[in-house]
Design a protein around this ligand. Structure first.
Ligand code: NDP
Length: 271
């Protein structure tokens, strides 16, 4: 076992996008960082980041990865549950099997990681868990209903968990990005049972989504919010990542009719 005076952070899905920037941000903030990928042989290595293989959809992979971190560093102070996948298409066009696949990563993947890491954090009497939600974790996500449902689940889980673990010195917090310039859209699942009834509206949404990601925040903006959540001396339950996410949060306080209209406009829906 290596002994380190620095705190240890584990970032899932650090091979690209937000996870990669977060790993770099945590190195700069003084952490020993372990990043993960399902295939570390294909990862471009980062200075100060140790990579381990991890598929959050697999029980054995999660157990192995956490064991490796504890064997190498002796502890885990921070867990950033960043690994996630998108799913685009109307709710009716997505099979239950496909939706289960999304939940295996975005929801049960987070639960697997939490259950494996928490015993170590409780034993230390301290720790911080940061779960990546999305603005679609608190507003409707037409044409991304399954993804939105997975992030709504993360919002509920994270907040409930936070109340349970606080007395053990652990906090469980949310970071909520808006559209961010990563490979997220390209890596998102497409509907496995497409229906003509939704084809026109879905292609409008596809275009809006591609433009929104292209014009979206730099992943470094989200990484900054994650580092803030990790290091805040007075942690908040949720951190909006960037101005767009801040505006989306304010939308929740709009009158119901204004809110409804705005959601339809954002998704390019008519009528
Ligand atoms: P990317 O597609 O660039 O990154 C996703 C990361 O997740 C990859 O590093 C990938 O690693 C990892 N991953 C995917 N599936 C698994 C799995 N089963 N087990 C372990 N790792 C996995 O997207 P982003 O960086 O944009 O996404 C990061 C997070 O931010 C996600 O949770 C996403 O929902 C959230 N988010 C993104 C937004 C955006 O607009 N980009 C907006 C709001 C939230 P590898 O393939 O190497 O295993």
């Amino acid at each position: 076992m290596m002994t380190t005076n620095r705190p240890v952070a584990l970032v899932t899905g650090a091979s690209s996008g937000i996870g990669r920037e977060t790993a770099l941000g945590l190195v700069a903030a003084g952490f020993d960082v372990v990043g993960t990928s399902r295939d570390t042989s294909r990862v471009t290595l980062l200075d100060g980041v140790t990579f381990v293989d991890l598929d959050v959809a697999s029980d054995t992979s999660v157990t192995d990865a956490v064991r490796q971190v504890v064997e190498k560093f002796g502890r885990i102070d921070v867990l950033v549950n960043n690994a996630g996948i998108g799913s685009i298409g109307a709710a009716e066009e997505t099979s239950v099997a496909q939706a289960q696949g999304v939940f295996e990563t975005n929801v049960f993947g987070v639960m697997r990681m939490v259950k494996e890491v928490l015993p170590h954090m409780r034993a230390q009497g301290r720790g911080r868990i940061i779960n990546l939600s999305s603005v679609q974790g608190f507003i409707p996500a037409p044409y991304m209903a399954v993804y939105g449902a997975s992030k709504h689940a993360i919002e509920g889980y994270t907040q409930s968990l936070d109340h349970e673990v606080r007395e053990h010195g652990v906090r469980s917090l949310l970071v909520e990005p808006a559209y961010t310039r990563t490979g997220f859209e390209a890596n998102s699942g497409k509907p496995d049972t497409p229906l003509q009834a939704y084809a026109r509206q879905r292609s409008t949404f596809d275009r809006l989504m591609a433009d929104a990601i292209k014009d979206g925040d730099d992943p470094a903006v989200v990484a900054e919010a994650i580092v803030e959540a990790v290091t805040d001396t007075k942690p908040k339950v949720r951190y909006a990542a960037g101005p767009m996410a801040g505006r989306a949060r304010m939308l929740r306080f709009a009158p119901a009719r204004v809110f409804d209209k705005q959601i339809r406009k954002l998704a390019g829906l008519t009528g």
